[in-house]
Design a protein around this ligand. Structure first.
Ligand code: 25A
Ligand code: L14
Length: 351
């Protein structure tokens, strides 16, 4: 599809849970798009998706797919990014990668636009989109860090299945149907496809997201710990995470405890700081039972925060509850925001 001036954009993994959201957001972006290429695996080649009301044929992603592409958004898993992102860059495209493949590479900016948009200026072709749980947490913590300093973060997550892709959504729904029909579950994918054991996510809570590391944390936990420091540009912040999968389709929730450098003011003053923060909505009124929840956050671009409480025993301690749509701010929306920022900063041009 080609209709005049503007950028040639490609989406890799367009048929997936995140890729589909990317395509929907690119229909409404402020970015001038001249042409769009929808790429996926051989499995989807030949199928059609719509873009701005027109049918677009999905193509298999290969290195020549990126000839003439200015900007490529990747969300087809780490292996695909490792193989094809360098090929896209070699052909002159800027890549915004939604997998963990390049995030901790010192030459690759890891960007949440509300926190560290200036890091985009150092890019060498690839820009990494952080992990979904990390993005929503740092969006809320950055304004608090600016106001009070940040020494320590302890987070427990309550994560939706859509983070693990379209097939994980199908697994949750199928297991739920079977359970309601009195049939035994047949888990094949969660917690991690390539592991030996699979457990039912329906009516369960699984304290494993991604594979275990030598230090007994899982890789999802390690991603949150390392990426938070890189995005905030401060290796001295202590971060520890426990990541748990729940039977929710979309919307990650997090219980977050922080310790600040400076003494904290009253909770209403803290709420007011967060009310000013870009991309953050405060939902915090116990008198009306108002607090963030995945069912309300799903489909929205913002990060929602509530249940703010000062620790009763630790003078510098603050507790909160952070919820966001993991497919939007956690993935597709953050990637499209990066694309819009690149364009506004003059860092991407039509070839
Ligand atoms: O490899 P990783 O890093 O472990 O990532 C595993 C999964 O996590 C998701 C993504 O799931 C990925 O498969 N993911 C990756 N990064 C993510 C992130 N940052 C992330 N999720 C959240 N945040 P997904 O299934 O939603 O999306 C996968 C997309 O990638 C395309 N793809 C796969 N292999 C490819 C490829 N594209 C190019 N080259 C390749 N080699 C994939 O396209 C999809 O767009 P597709 O054509 O394979 O699938 C379209 C439909 O097919 C269904 N399906 C998936 N697996 C199977 C299947 N059908 C039959 N058999 C299967 N084995 C899906 O339901 C999908 O709708
Ligand atoms: O690192 O399984 O961006 O929910 C985040 C979601 C990896 C998979 C990432 C999941 C992905 C994870």
């Amino acid at each position: 599809m080609d209709n005049g001036n503007g950028l040639a954009v490609a989406v890799v993994g367009a048929t997936g849970a995140v890729g589909n959201e990317m395509v929907r957001l690119l229909e409404k972006t402020t970015l001038p798009i001249n042409s769009i290429k929808l790429l996926a695996s051989e499995r989807s080649a030949g199928s059609t998706m719509t873009f701005k009301g027109r049918a677009v044929t999905v193509e298999a992603a290969t290195p020549p797919s990126f000839d003439g592409v200015d900007l490529a958004l990747f969300s087809a898993g780490g292996a695909v990014s490792k193989r094809l992102a360098p090929e896209a860059v070699r052909r002159g495209a800027i890549v915004i990668d939604n997998t963990s493949a390049f995030r901790m590479d010192p030459d690759v900016p890891l960007v949440v636009p509300e926190v560290n948009v200036e890091a985009l200026r150092d890019h060498r072709g690839i820009i990494a989109n952080p992990n979904c749980s990390t993005i929503q947490m740092v969006a809320v913590l950055e304004p608090l860090r600016k106001a009070f300093g940040l020494k320590r973060v302890i987070v427990s997550t309550y994560q939706a299945v859509s983070g693990a892709g379209q097939s994980a959504i199908e697994e949750l729904l199928e297991e739920t149907r079977r359970a309601l029909n009195g049939e035994p579950p047949e888990p094949k994918l969660l917690p991690v496809k390539k592991e030996k054991n699979h457990y039912s996510i329906a009516f369960n809570a699984i304290p494993q997201i991604d594979v275990f590391q030598e230090n007994l944390f899982t890789f999802e936990e390690i991603k949150m710990m390392n990426e938070t420091k890189k995005i905030m540009g401060d290796e001295t912040i202590s971060v520890a995470a426990t990541c748990v999968r729940l039977p929710i389709v979309t919307g990650h929730a997090e219980s977050v405890y922080i310790e600040t450098e400076e003494t904290l003011p009253d909770v209403e003053t803290i709420r007011n700081i967060l009310r000013e923060a870009p991309g953050v909505t405060v939902e915090d009124d116990p008198s009306r039972q108002l607090y963030p929840m995945p069912i309300r956050a799903a489909g929205k671009k913002d990060v929602f925060v509530g249940r703010l409480r000062k620790d009763p025993d630790v003078a510098f301690g603050l507790h909160m509850w952070i919820v966001s749509d993991n497919l939007l701010k956690g993935a597709a929306w953050n990637s499209v925001q990066i694309a819009e920022s690149l364009y506004q900063m003059g860092l991407v041009q039509k070839k």
